[in-house]
Ligand binder design. Structure first.
Ligand SMILES: Cc1cc2nc3c(=O)[nH]c(=O)nc-3n(C[C@H](O)[C@H](O)[C@H](O)COP(=O)(O)OP(=O)(O)OC[C@H]3O[C@@H](n4cnc5c(N)ncnc54)[C@H](O)[C@@H]3O)c2cc1C
Length: 420
């Protein structure tokens, strides 16, 4: 079996390593001319770290990122509404790791080159056409800037791991229409801080659905400082409806909205101003799909289920898709059967998560607090009792697949080794 993976992002490269572990041949076709260090920070939650550890990547993750052991939710006045331990501090067998997207992508790419071979990832290969021609699938590529066109290729299975603006998804669902954007803009950046914020191991989320700020440490600096990833979200006209990850923000006027926020946990203006670059991105997702595969063509990651970043689950879900798909392909002789089982396992679960993110995800603790505090005075416990806050957090962990009890006692999705 030969698998063509379209897209060399987090999902595509994890799939390549997982297929290799199962002795299934694959090649990655990537649109970018080279995989440059792009993107700011992402969080690898314990369910994804568990799978990446099974691929032998834990030492690299720990060396490249920061183990986060707590998340704090607070109002704009700095009142802590909810805090919970994370990763190993919360009893998981695996850490939670915040890391620069580029560092994670480089780590995965290095391993693909080492284990499968240089040339497994073909850059400058933007797939524009996919055509099933029994029993194979043909692929055609966009012309390069010099006018030449990469020769067409074919495979037994094509997997669209081509992100939020997936061409493979568009080919499977031509009438889908534009991205769903609720009118919120996100500004993102990475700042160098001289000293860690708080314990240096906590993620912080402040505000509510109208104006929100979140940050997490993603890198340790030699001088004792840290790299801190931050995101500011405001109701504001969307400048980039096409969802380009690397669109530079023209200005930091959005900071005006955060000037009078409490500095007790995070000095937001100082943190933002310490950032070399600020990117602008619309909050966006897509409706769940009625199917992910047709014939030997399927989807994983953001191509299958782009979702709001509340809960920091996008890359983790891409890792879970990749692992599950490789596992099912390793177990079955028929590609069709494997795709069916993979889709039945992952499509309903991610659709439910997508819906929960639209309703605020774990951050809805803050929205609920904000709604209640308008009418009530008194201690937090009276405004929003512990059991309600705990229920939101627990429900999210369960739905997203990182409930500690279940995770600690279930096997990894390590594919079975096939005879080459
Ligand atoms: C440049 C970039 C920066 C990002 N920055 C952040 C960030 O700062 N924070 C965050 O939370 N998330 C970021 N993301 C998204 C995050 O990586 C994903 O949400 C998550 O990791 C799921 O990964 P994925 O593999 O499904 O998609 P992605 O990681 O988005 O990877 C998709 C890959 O497919 C390639 N591709 C697209 N179209 C084609 C095509 N037609 N043919 C071949 N290849 C194609 C893209 O170049 C990309 O490498 C970024 C994504 C990209 C592409």
């Amino acid at each position: 079996m030969h698998v063509a993976i379209i897209g060399g992002g987090i999902g595509g490269l994890t799939l390549a390593l997982s297929l290799d572990a199962a002795h299934i041949d694959c090649r990655v076709y990537e649109a970018a001319t080279r995989l440059r260090p792009l993107g700011v920070g992402i969080t690898m939650l314990p369910h994804a770290v568990k799978e990446l550890q099974a691929l032998g990547l834990l030492p690299g993750l720990l060396a490249g990122g920061v183990e986060t052991n707590e998340i704090i939710y607070a109002s704009r006045e700095g009142e802590v509404v909810w805090r919970e331990p994370r990763g190993r501090a919360a009893g998981y067998r695996w850490p939670e790791i915040s890391i620069q997207r580029a560092t994670l992508q480089s780590l995965l790419l290095e391993q693909v080159d080492d284990r499968i071979g240089q040339g497994t990832v073909l850059t400058s290969h933007r797939v524009v056409r996919v055509q099933p021609r029994e029993p194979r699938v043909d692929m055609g590529f966009a012309p390069l800037p010099d006018g030449t066109v990469p020769p067409p290729a074919s495979a037994d299975l094509v997997v669209g791991a081509d992100g939020i603006r997936s061409r493979i998804r568009e080919l499977l669902h031509p009438d889908e229409g534009p991205l769903h954007t609720p009118g919120i803009t996100l500004w993102r950046g990475v700042s160098r801080t001289e000293r860690p914020i708080g314990s240096g191991m906590a993620s912080v989320v402040m505000g509510n659905a109208r104006a929100k700020f979140s940050c997490a440490p993603i890198g340790q600096l030699d001088d004792g400082g840290q790299l801190v990833n931050w995101t500011a979200a405001l109701r504001a006209p969307v400048q980039s409806p096409e969802a380009e990850w690397n669109r530079h923000a023209g200005a930091t006027a959005f900071l005006d909205a955060f000037q009078d926020w409490s500095k007790r946990l995070v000095d937001i203006p100082a943190l933002v101003q310490a950032s070399d670059e600020v990117f602008e991105y619309p909050l966006c997702d897509r409706d769940p799909l009625p199917f992910w595969h047709r014939g030997p063509v399927t989807l994983i990651g953001d191509a299958a289920h782009p979702m709001y970043p509340h809960g920091a689950n996008g890359s983790a879900q891409a890792v879970l898709d990749a692992r599950r798909l490789a596992l099912e392909l390793s177990r079955r002789t028929s590609i069709e059967a494997a795709l069916r089982v993979y889709e039945n396992a992952r499509r309903p679960a991610t659709a439910e998560l997508l819906a929960m993110h639209r309703a605020g995800g774990p951050d809805s603790i803050l929205d609920l607090y904000e709604t209640r505090v308008g009418d009530a005075t008194g201690p937090l416990e009276q405004v929003l009792p512990f059991h309600e806050r705990e229920q939101i957090a627990r429900r999210y962990r369960k739905l997203a697949g990182f409930d500690a009890q279940t995770l600690n006692y279930s096997p990894t999705m390590t594919p079975e080794r096939r005879v080459r």
